[in-house]
Design a protein around this ligand. Sequence first.
Ligand SMILES: [Zn+2]
Length: 109
Amino acid sequence: MVLKGPTEEEMRTVLMPLMLSGAKMLDRHCSKCGSPLFEKDGRVFCPICEHRAKQRKAEMEGIEERLMEKLNELANSMPEDLIELEKHLRVMEKIIELLERYRKLGGGE
Ligand SMILES: [Zn+2]
């Protein structure tokens, strides 16, 4: 298994500011991503994993937002035709299912 350590961008945007802020870089590495662990205020943590988790959360929220938009759009444009309406509602149901799934994923960890 190849551990994916910090990318150049992560070094620049995550590790550098952390070092400048006075966090201590330890000679231990994260077992998940291989990046060096840091210690600050008595807490040992992996800044890269924390950063990636935050990014994932932001991505999820972006997806959630777009699904909500679509849902609103559909709710505001109900067709008169019953067959069309049924299709419409089915799509809405799918979107709601997806939203619930995303919320569960985002709420974890
Ligand atoms: Zn890590």
